[in-house]
Design a binder for this molecule. Structure first.
Ligand SMILES: [Zn+2]
Length: 152
């Protein structure tokens, strides 16, 4: 079983006065520098989010690719912000994981709906096993349910 973790986005003010969205520290790795390789990885996540947008209305979501996490955090497959600007962080090591799509949907619920974990929900339980994957229909229906709940 693998843990997912949600944390508030830590906002660091950069030298140009703008805020950077980062969650370094406590075993979390830094955002990767944006170069051709990182853009390519980020594109994969953005494509998953575009796919979700065919089924539900989503606001703009910031996507950050981080280096592999270390120590106790090395099994964290993704992170979603809760409150504030929606941000999804995916370590580069998750990109080739068969659970990637489900992880992105999970983090979208944190980041967009501001919802925490629910052990009774297949998508929002805090851990995922490789053999516990949801179907695409199931993923889209569950995301839809959370987005609709948000608007009540
Ligand atoms: Zn989570």
């Amino acid at each position: 079983m693998i843990s997912w973790i949600s944390k508030m986005a830590v906002r660091k003010r950069k030298s140009n006065g703008r805020f950077d969205l980062t969650k370094e520290g406590k075993g979390y790795s830094a955002n990767l520098k944006m170069n051709d390789d990182t853009y390519k990885l980020r594109r994969e996540i953005i494509n998953i989010i575009y796919g979700a947008k065919n089924h539900v209305d989503l606001p703009r979501v910031n996507v950050r690719i981080t280096d592999a996490h270390k120590g106790k955090k090395k099994n964290v497959l993704g992170t979603g912000s809760m409150g504030g600007i929606p941000v999804v962080w995916i370590p580069k090591t998750t990109i080739n994981d068969p659970r990637l799509k489900q992880v992105v949907y999970h983090e979208l619920v944190h980041a967009v709906c501001n919802k925490g974990h629910d052990p009774r929900c297949k998508l929002m339980k805090p851990t995922i096993a490789t053999d516990g994957l949801m179907s695409d229909n199931d993923l889209n229906d569950t995301l839809k349910k959370y987005i609709r709940g948000m608007r009540k």
